[in-house]
Design a protein around this ligand. Structure first.
Ligand code: PEP
Ligand code: MG
Length: 579
């Protein structure tokens, strides 16, 4: 047996045979010179290839929107934009004419040059380069070249563990969902486009494993997404262990089905608030399927604990108007079916800052223009968003969440915006209401100052995704720093405990909404650290609710302390493996 250790991007257990997906399309690209009189013909071949690729991507756009909603549409729209880039097209044409070479050769060279320029400038550009590679492959395929494909036939006809050097959106969209048991890749990132799509498939996803070297078609594996491990040719002991784990999981699911009408609670009936995170409108559809389903008279979830509003600002070439925003927020409130919706003000970051807001999104990096500083810099935009929220509050139960707060100055800046928005609405004839205001605890500073900050707010969310990167000086979306970006870092556990204590003291709800909440095994530690309110991705809602039902106070009492006794990363990982 060989054990491979990578980074978990989505939990879950899968077992099956591996099918390797190869992207080695570039090796099939012919290189040859063309006589001058054939240039016209070559340009025609290029034109046909572009037309063909556009057709394929348009088909993909429809599939993507159907399956993944607005987020899926956005990703494929970005591919179309690359194809429609007149500058890029002109460069390829010039390359053919000036160098007297075949069209597919020119496509390869021009794209590779473009991709090369994006490499080594941080994760954001790395992710864009994956999308561009994907478009390049579509174009090359349109010349009749073999596309990226499974290198054994199993991948086309049965459910397999997909192993690939990298993951691309079109790869996911091109595979029947039911044929994907798990995904294992070398390259990846916790927040890359492809990972976001993969996570909504609800299968384990692991990146950081040298697939080409370590995995081969047909080898039998167990993939444990929770701990980021792949067991290749598992031995009898491991198979038995996972038999047990899966049996336990099935038994748990049975009990959970029986109790599905009840709100989230522990095994002893201690009530836990369980909400969902929504980052795209597509997820609202999933909310209906996964959480609300057909039990409309008995909706047991506890609301939308985090609505990330960036998606609204990412599409199109301008910001949504106040009225457009009101209409989207109202549709979210409607989808929430009477439960409250926590709506976060626009949280700008490089991958979420559209060109109409700033020409250089890099200025909005983790240590750049963030939170209240961004709100001050783009005051009008934020006042408009707040006006839309105050108007929506009149219509349904919403709360406003302030991102990236570091201290009271930040809260004052945001409060100034809220006052300005409500002053401008007064006398406008438009109905509005000031809802509860809460903050994201996601900077170490805010935690140190928690006691005073809690006095100024109505509720709080804990954002461990950012908190972790600012605490451990490791980027949340870089493969290189994943060893430090330990999703349940001991310092984060201690900070969570500090916050839940402070929240209790001030009688304010403190909801954990970072991705750490997607990992079932962490719940005993999180409960012992005092968390009684969680907000998790929609696709994890059922699993977490089920997990909670199987935990009693005897299971979690003292668990955080016991975990913290493990001083090294290895020991900390082992702590969960033994569960
Ligand atoms: C977080 O930082 O933990 C969080 C929930 O917000 P986001 O992932 O949107 O930054
Ligand atoms: Mg955050």
């Amino acid at each position: 047996m060989k054990i491979l250790k990578g980074f978990s991007a989505a939990p879950g257990i899968a077992r099956g045979i591996v099918c390797v997906y190869s992207h080695k399309l570039h090796e099939a690209v012919p290189h040859y010179n063309i006589p001058k009189k054939q240039t016209e013909n070559e340009l025609k071949r290029l034109d046909n290839a572009f037309r063909e690729a556009r057709k394929k991507i348009n088909v993909m756009l429809n599939i993507s929107e159907e399956i993944f909603g607005a987020e899926g549409k956005k990703i494929i729209s970005a591919h179309i934009a690359v194809l429609n880039d007149a500058g890029l097209r002109k460069k390829i044409e010039d390359f053919i004419v000036n160098n007297g070479i075949n069209a597919e050769h020119a496509v390869q060279d021009v794209f590779d040059d473009y991709i090369g320029k994006l490499t080594g400038h941080g994760m954001h550009f790395e992710e864009i380069s994956h999308d561009i590679k994907d478009v390049k492959d579509r174009l090359l395929e349109s010349f009749g070249l073999e596309s990226g494909a499974f290198i054994c036939p199993a991948g086309e006809r049965e459910a397999v563990v997909v192993a690939s050097d990298r993951l691309t959106p079109s790869m996911i969209l091109g595979m029947p969902r039911e044929n994907i048991l798990a995904i294992v890749t070398r390259q990846g990132g916790y927040t890359s486009h492809a990972t976001i799509l993969a996570r909504s498939l609800d299968v384990p996803v692991i990146f950081g494993i040298d697939v080409e070297k370590e995995l081969a078609c047909q080898c039998s594996v167990i993939v444990d997404g929770m701990i980021g491990k792949v067991y290749v040719a598992p031995d009898e002991k491991t198979v038995k262990l996972y038999d047990k784990k899966e049996k336990l999981r099935d038994e748990r699911k049975y009990l959970c089905r029986v109790k599905s009408r009840h709100p989230a609670q522990t095994g002893e009936g201690e009530r836990i608030r369980l909400k969902v995170n929504i980052s795209t409108l597509g997820e609202l559809q999933l909310l209906k399927e996964y959480v609300i389903n057909d039990l409309e008279e008995n909706i047991s979830y506890d609301g939308i604990g985090l609505l990330r509003t960036e998606f609204l600002f990412m599409k199109g070439s301008r910001a949504p108007t106040e009225d457009e925003q009101v209409s989207v927020y109202k549709s979210v409130v409607d989808s929430a079916r009477g439960k409250h919706v926590v709506i976060r003000l626009l949280d700008l970051s490089p991958e979420k800052t559209p060109a109409y807001i700033a020409e250089n999104p890099e200025a909005y990096s983790a240590l750049g223009v963030r939170g209240a500083a961004a709100a001050e810099m783009h005051r009008e935009l934020y006042v408009e968003q707040v006006r839309a929220l105050l108007r929506t509050a009149e219509y349904g139960d919403i709360k406003i969440l302030l991102p990236m707060v570091a201290d009271e100055n930040d809260i004052d800046t945001y409060t100034g915006l809220i006052d300005e928005a409500s002053a401008s609405l007064s006398g406008s004839g438009k109905k509005f209401r000031k809802p509860d205001i809460g903050i994201m605890f996601e900077t170490p500073s805010s935690i140190i100052l928690a006691d005073s900050l809690y006095r100024k707010i109505d509720f709080a969310n804990i954002g461990t995704n950012d908190l972790l990167q600012y605490t451990t000086a490791s980027s949340r979306d870089s493969m290189i720093s994943q060893q430090r970006y330990h999703i349940l870092h001991p310092s984060v556990v201690i900070m969570i405990k500090m916050l839940t204590d402070a929240g209790k003291k001030h009688g304010k709800e403190t909801c954990l909404c970072g991705e750490v909440g997607t990992f079932e095994n962490y719940y005993p530690v999180l409960l012992d650290a005092g968390v009684r309110s969680f907000s998790v991705p929609v696709t994890k809602y059922d699993d977490i609710k089920c997990e909670l039902l199987h935990i009693s106070s005897a299971d979690y009492a003292g668990e955080a302390e016991r975990y913290l006794e493990n001083r090294t990363r290895e020991a900390q990982d082992r702590f969960f493996e033994s569960l």
